[in-house]
Design a protein around this ligand. Sequence first.
Ligand code: NAD
Length: 441
Amino acid sequence: MKVTIVGSGYVGLVTGACFSEVGINVVCVDIDSKKIDNLNKGIIPIYEPGLEEMLMRNMKKGRLSFTTNIAEAIKDSEVLFISVGTPPDEDGSADLKYVLAVARDCGKNMDDYLLVVTKSTVPVGTSEKVKNAIQEELNKRKVNIAFNVASNPEFLKEGAAIADFLKPDRIVIGLDSQRAEDLMKSLYKPFTLNGHPLIFMDIVSAEMTKYAANAMLATKISFINDIANLCEIVGADINLVRNGIGSDSRIGNKFIYPGIGYGGSCFPKDVQALIRTGSEYKYELRILKAVEDVNNDQKLVIFNKINKYFNGNLNDKTIAIWGLSFKPQTDDMREAPALKIVKKLLEAGAKVKVYDPVAMEEAKHHFGDSISYYDDQHETLIDADCLAILTEWPEFKFPNFKIVSKLLNSPAIFDGRNIYDKNEMREHGFDYFCIGVDTTK
Ligand code: NAD
């Protein structure tokens, strides 16, 4: 079977790599010719553990190729995945212009049966629009070619994307034809052999499942952050409360870590898009509006703590920052809390010195020369007045605190990810601040 994947970003590359890994012939398409040139030279545009090796291996085996030419790619393909971006429009709804452009490209170029599967996160009703766009192009060409559409939302997590794709919790597929079901079953068979379920449903439910999943996860984060903030005020410790509630099997202990808010390319835009879908249908998603509000405020909790520590005067203070990506194991900084925190620090007159294991190049696109970048985490501490941890990279978990304390001007650590223990920090002589714990007691 030959598969075409249109959109060679995080989702498209991981999908292409994993399908080719199980022996399927894959062509990845993108309109960004520089990206495709680089991929053909073996230069991978993103950092994702295990991705580069897998892409290289399958390119060498001749099962995976990259092109800007969708017409060529579609030839002999039975299945085409759309994995282009769906960024928020001005009103928060998902902008479908890239998805529909690909649908039109399909209608313009297909000359045999094609199953067009939307993997991008798209609002309810989009597959119908994809179907109509393809049919319009076929009508213009005055040809009668059979095709089906399906919805196959992607649930991979950046940083663990390969493992998520190869061993998914589940694969959700919305469709309305037996031919599409047979094709999807055979395509995903290698990934379901160990009992990972393929869940078939109607297309609208599949589209909704993706948004409901991300909205639920974002809700868990905002919920625990809201409780964390109250813990701090009343003198409770969120780390203990989290263990206390997480051991209830109805609640579970996953995804209830307090921090500085969710970021990334999915939760913020998907929560917004679902709120927007609600309002289009005159239904107000009140919980999700609160989830968004809490998250926007949470991104500033660490800035507020730093500002308070220095009595509202950050002018000429130097802040060392460890971690910039929105979570560990990725260089993705889209909607990362670090963006908002660094901006606020600079506005307040502070100097900012940063280190991230993989997101430094990405950070340069956002901050240019307004901050200083270091290849070594300790170098950020020289002449710095405090340290802020914004991403919980494993390498930050056991630093040599004697060196940290010696290098900093004042021994203050602001831990936005609760990776250190307050008693240990006190023993090391630090003024230590984290989320949801009154560490001054
Ligand atoms: P991305 O921005 O990394 O990649 C999208 C790619 O599509 C870009 O390379 C762009 O050049 C290309 N593109 C745009 N228009 C095109 C066209 N007409 N023809 C060919 N290529 C085109 O995006 P991503 O993070 O991979 O996300 C893609 C979709 O998957 C989004 O809807 C996103 O919400 C969803 N999703 C993302 C993740 C994630 O973790 N990144 C997880 C699940 C779902």
